[in-house]
Design a binder for this molecule. Structure first.
Ligand SMILES: *Cc1c(COP(=O)(O)O)cnc(C)c1O
Length: 357
């Protein structure tokens, strides 16, 4: 028997969330971002579920290959762009577009042969990660527009550092810098990630690029996806392996990190950090046992975690446990682990059995 740890991917919820993105940005085309194996949900599974998206955004040429092998002929953009001349024939062959963010890439493109590749010119409007500085944009655009190795429509894009702060000034500043740097240049505009789709309508432009919201996750501190009408893309679950009674004063798990304040039932769940559940999670973070919260006690270990069953007198080995997903937002578990939901879903390991409902 395989271990009972399982990740159920909710295809209908992914489609619902794409609908929320469309309704939020009704005038824009929607690129579904499926990098990092579809934020850990499975790239092919997500791409097929979201085939009604207008475009896909991926991390590498290899991801493009996987989209094509899944039978999908959508426009695909490699978000980090190419970093070697060997990628260029592959981009041509797969019919994929690339981000161009540096003079180094312009050199490689101009030196290549084999026909036009669609390019998205990336402007660094203030995040200071990838992109041309505002003062270099016009020249970079001119070089792209001149090159026979570049497709005739050049999309202009930028990426936000703080769009999850709806009241902050940073995103408005980035929008202004982007507008000024691209003024007068032809081509579609693309700025918005999930948080900007939800909170910065003026940034929507021609193409929006939601990722996390499609999987039901929120980027906004103190909120969950449900607060924006989103539904979970993944339910990570397992089963109760054992129900023990531990005497008052007994210590549970590694380092005896939990001491029983009374004689009490303790449940052992077949899920641990070897499955991708975070080892460092705040005391008494809950899982759902038979649909009701049960706090984790003691340390999360590699294959197992222990839970307080005092509120669950009916618990039996084999009962279903949900670590996040339907009924327990991944955003809340992530907050208890000092991270974001994106990191948790990306960290589910390959020994977890994936399926789709
Ligand atoms: C990952 C990524 C996105 C999607 O971001 P979310 O916060 O997941 O919506 C959009 N654009 C670029 C360039 C990205 O790298």
């Amino acid at each position: 028997m395989p271990r009972p740890a399982s990740a159920l991917i909710h295809a209908d919820n992914l489609r619902h969330n794409l609908g929320v993105a469309r309704a939020s940005a009704p005038a824009a085309r929607v690129m579904a971002v499926i990098k990092a194996d579809g934020y850990g949900h499975g790239l092919e599974r997500v791409a097929r579920s979201l085939r009604s998206a207008d475009l896909f955004g991926v991390a590498s040429v290899d991801d493009v290959r996987r989209v094509r092998a899944a039978g999908l002929d959508h426009p695909v953009l490699v978000l980090s762009g190419f970093d070697s001349p060997e990628d260029l024939p592959l981009l041509r062959q797969l019919g994929a577009a690339t981000v161009v963010h540096s003079p180094h890439q312009l050199d490689m493109l101009e030196a290549s042969q084999g026909g036009p590749i669609d390019c998205w010119l990336k402007v660094d409007s203030g995040m200071h990660r990838l992109g041309f500085a505002p003062g270099q944009v016009a020249e970079a655009h001119a070089r792209l527009a001149r090159s026979p190795q570049v497709g005739s429509e050049i999309t202009l894009m930028t990426h936000f550092a703080s769009s999850d702060e709806f009241a902050g000034v940073e995103t408005a500043n980035q929008m202004r810098v982007f507008e000024q740097a691209t003024a007068g240049l032809p081509g579609p505009r693309s700025l918005a990630n999930s948080a900007a789709v939800l909170g910065w309508p003026r940034s929507h432009g021609d193409i929006v690029r939601p990722g996390g919201m499609l999987y039901g996750m929120s980027m906004v501190a103190g909120t969950t996806g449900a607060d924006f009408g989103l539904r979970p893309g993944m339910t990570l679950g397992s089963r109760l392996l054992a129900v023990n009674t531990v005497a008052k004063g007994g210590c549970v798990g590694y380092a005896g990190a939990w001491q029983c304040p009374e004689d009490m039932p303790v449940g052992v769940v077949a899920l641990g950090y070897g499955d991708g559940y975070p080892r460092l999670v705040a005391a008494s973070t809950p899982v759902l046992l038979n649909g009701r919260p049960a706090p984790i006690i003691g340390r999360v270990s590699m294959d197992l975690m222990t839970i307080d069953l005092r509120g669950h007198p009916e618990a039996r080995p084999g009962d279903p446990v949900v670590a996040w997903g339907e009924g327990l937002p991944v955003d809340a578990v992530a907050a208890a682990a000092g991270t974001i939901g994106y990191e948790l879903t990306c960290s589910v390991t390959s020994r977890v059995l994936f399926s789709e409902d």
